[in-house]
Ligand binder design. Structure first.
Ligand SMILES: *Cc1c(COP(=O)(O)O)cnc(C)c1O
Length: 433
């Protein structure tokens, strides 16, 4: 039996799937063999559109198939090096069991890391699984987080409803008021948690400025960059310690899977990995394949989203029945200058207010033909949603107004349809109001 395992272990070490020798040390500056992926640097790739296609993607040595095979397996044959990895505590380097790691996950992780400019990436079964594992890994019992008062509902609920069980607490602050953010820091604060572009008001946070505050107070800065993607900005280069994405949205881009990821230094990602094992939110190999396939077109999709969104936002800004149109490329966007320096792509998220309040907004949504009413965002198809009956349904009208969400607020996730077609659709719908 033992001999059998040895033989299999030896065969594995010769296959395309394993690296050469693992040189393990206990210090975290070690260089890990990162699996079977093509490295961005190997092909001299420096542009996002090229990286999106090639980085991480693994051609199959056994058959010559172009692209990463789907490793639809729950478990892997164990050899000496796997037993050693488990014993010595570097099981993340080996394929042992799919909750721990799988080649389909590694391929997409390497693509994501190359796009974000990260040392390490981890994929999860949802954005929320990624967020939960991250904050639980970076916070001790009794710790405090300073977070944006405009957060994704699931994150808000996690902080508000789950933290007390662990003696953890949170203060929510205006994400653009840096004095208030600094003032909210307490002796037990461990992380600053912000979304790069908020929903639905599209407030942009200055990552570099928050990173300065984090450094000064020896905190970790965690940002959720779902709305901007790595094409829009490189959060880690700007100073974030960990960047999180709901891959369900733009990264996969086709509204057909739920997934999440985190990226950062190997040291921090290694701290989060045991939480992935404990909480169990691992990404199925087939979904990993879907995500990798979706990512190949990320750069060109983001250009198309931006193109159509800018056209539609410009049209809405000039329409007499709409007001407060928010889009980072519009001259009247409150943080236009910051957007110009921070964002390489403004994505496809728009919000605006329609004359006649929430009832008019509801009517408008029902009159649109191309844009379907659905929650979620970032897919190739345009989606329309109303904060009053979706993301902010649990707030009162007064609370929404205090946040700046006025009656009649509409949020659009502009897809990659032609901008002129989207405008024509709005034209007919607005004319009926
Ligand atoms: C959707 C979303 C999430 C949660 O992601 P899931 O994949 O749905 O779990 C987190 N943050 C933001 C900004 C989101 O839009």
């Amino acid at each position: 039996m033992r001999k059998e395992n040895n033989v299999k272990g030896d065969q594995r070490s010769k296959s395309a799937l394993s690296g050469s020798t693992i040189s393990w040390t206990n210090d975290l500056s070690r260089h890990r063999i990162e699996g079977p992926a093509i490295k961005a640097k190997d092909w001299g790739m420096s542009n996002d559109s090229t990286i999106a296609v090639h980085a991480g993607t693994m051609d199959d040595d056994a058959t010559g198939a172009v692209g990463t095979p789907i490793y639809q397996t729950s478990t892997f044959v164990l050899g000496d090096s796997e037993y050693t990895a488990v014993e010595e505590g570097h099981a993340r380097d080996k394929f042992i069991y799919t909750r721990y790691g799988n080649p389909s996950q590694w391929a997409v992780q390497n693509k994501l890391a190359a796009l974000e400019g990260a040392e390490s990436a981890l994929v999860f079964s949802s954005g929320m699984a990624a967020i939960t594992a991250t904050v639980m890994a970076l916070m001790d019992k009794g710790a405090h987080v300073v977070a944006s008062n405009e957060l994704y509902g699931g994150t808000y609920n996690l902080f508000n409803h789950e933290f007390p069980t662990f003696g953890m607490s949170v203060d929510f602050v205006d994400p653009t008021n840096y004095e208030a953010i600094e003032a909210a820091i307490q002796p037990n604060t461990q992380i600053l948690y912000f979304e790069v572009l908020t929903n639905p008001l599209l407030k942009l946070i200055d990552i570099a400025r928050l990173a300065e505050i984090a450094k000064k107070h020896r905190l970790r800065l965690v940002v959720d960059a779902t709305f901007v993607t790595p094409i829009g900005c490189k959060s880690l280069a700007l100073g974030a310690d960990i960047v999180i994405h709901s891959c369900t949205k733009y990264l996969n881009g086709h509204s057909d899977i739920v997934a999440g990821c985190i990226m950062g230094s190997r040291k921090l990602v290694d701290m989060v990995w045991p939480r992935l094992l404990n909480y169990g939110g691992s990404l199925d190999p087939h979904a990993a394949f879907m995500l990798e396939r979706g990512l190949k077109t990320l750069a060109i999709r983001m250009n198309a989203h931006q193109d159509s969104a800018f056209k539609l936002a410009s049209y809405l800004a000039s329409h007499p029945k709409t007001s407060s149109v928010r889009y980072p490329l519009l001259k009247n966007y409150p943080q236009y200058e910051l957007g110009k320096t921070m964002l390489k792509n403004a994505s496809g998220m728009i919000s605006f207010t329609v004359e006649g309040g929430d009832e008019a907004a509801k009517k408008l949504a029902s009159l649109l033909k191309l844009s379907r009413q659905a929650t979620s965002l970032g897919g190739v198809e345009s989606l329309v949603s109303l904060p009053f009956n979706t993301s902010h349904a649990s707030s009162t009208i007064k609370q929404r107004e205090n946040m700046g969400i006025m009656p009649g607020c509409v949020r659009m996730s502009v897809g990659i349809e032609d901008g002129e077609d989207l405008i024509a659709d709005f034209e007919q719908a607005l004319a009926q109001l």
